[in-house]
Design a protein around this ligand. Structure first.
Ligand code: C2E
Ligand code: CA
Ligand code: CA
Ligand code: CA
Length: 277
């Protein structure tokens, strides 16, 4: 008889070959995705709890592959970070965000748009000046732009990253620490980052109203952030329970499917018209 595990190993091998082939293909296709108009940006509202208004949105990338359909950022962003295409994706996103901002400002819609950066963007000493030039070319005031960075992205080259963040902050761009509580979180890093906002990772927020451990973590993070003079944004609000809980604990801003999913620019405008009344 054949070894009992052999068949299972063969199946596993075939699956991992398939996964590998997919990664190779996506890495290759990603380089052309921008030219082929397969990328787009969607915008998720951030609700300010004190005023009840949406003044900010987060831009998130979408990739509609011509043969494979919609690819999630959780799959293609890490791949782009490994292969180096991420700098091209960031560049694409800045252009998309700034042209959307230009259009909104021209039409009297005033929203601050946040976009996500990766480690490589932060390591690149030219990055802040490039952003500055692009803002100037579109004649957009830097306070319309916000940038979200994770602590793990900063930790790849802390000194270079902090230097870049200082230049970006001095330009007047808002900065947030993203996914706070995951990865390399430490009070020392947090203290050294020139950010205004702290975004609590959604893994602590999704079951906030039911899970007492999460509740303790989120409550003390809000207090810590406020004591450090930071504004707190919670993401992953999926139900009324977590919204009420966060409001009672003086969280500043909330973001999640319960408020709205990420929307195309046109759908966001409609959503804002409908919720204003
Ligand atoms: P992130 O920056 O932490 O973004 C939040 C993610 O949570 C988004 O997933 C958003 O759609 C999702 N989300 C929002 N509200 C809820 C909720 O109530 N429940 C749940 N379960 N999820 C919610 P998305 O759009 O799939 O993006 C995933 C990640 O991919 C982002 O996480 C970010 O790390 C990365 N990413 C997306 N767009 C970009 C980009 O343009 N550049 C870079 N560097 N990374 C990006
Ligand atoms: Ca983010
Ligand atoms: Ca996040
Ligand atoms: Ca994340």
């Amino acid at each position: 008889d054949a070894a009992p595990g052999a068949e299972r190993i063969a199946v596993y091998q075939a699956q991992s070959d398939q996964a590998y082939q997919r990664r190779i293909r996506l890495a290759r296709d990603l380089r052309y995705a921008a030219q082929h108009h397969e990328l787009s940006a969607v915008f998720q509202p951030k609700l300010d709890l004190a005023s009840g208004e949406v003044r900010q949105v987060e831009a998130l990338m979408r990739w509609q592959h011509s043969q494979l359909g919609m690819i999630r950022p959780d799959e293609f962003i890490p791949l782009a970070e490994q292969t180096g295409s991420i700098t091209m994706l960031t560049e694409w996103m800045i252009v998309a965000v700034l042209s959307q901002l230009r259009d909104w400002i021209d039409r009297g819609i005033h929203l601050q748009v946040a976009m996500n950066l990766s480690a490589r963007d932060l390591d690149d000493p030219e990055f802040p000046r490039r952003v500055e030039r692009m803002l100037r070319a579109q004649q957009i005031s830097p306070d319309y732009l916000a940038l979200e960075v994770t602590e793990s992205a900063v930790m790849r080259d802390p000194q270079a990253s902090i230097d870049s963040l200082l230049v970006l902050r001095d330009l007047g761009i808002s900065l947030s620490v993203d996914d706070y509580g995951t990865g390399y979180s430490s009070l020392a890093t947090l203290k050294s980052l020139p950010v205004q906002d702290l975004k609590i990772d959604k893994s602590f927020v999704l079951q906030l109203a039911e899970n007492s451990d999460d509740a303790v973590i989120v409550k003390s993070t809000i207090e810590l952030a406020h004591n450090m003079g930071l504004r707190v944004i919670a993401e992953g609000i999926e139900n009324a329970g977590s919204l009420a809980w966060l409001k009672a604990r003086h969280c500043d801003v909330v973001q999640g499917y319960f408020i709205s999913r990420p929307l195309s620019a046109a759908d966001l405008e409609r959503w804002m018209d409908e919720t204003r009344g």
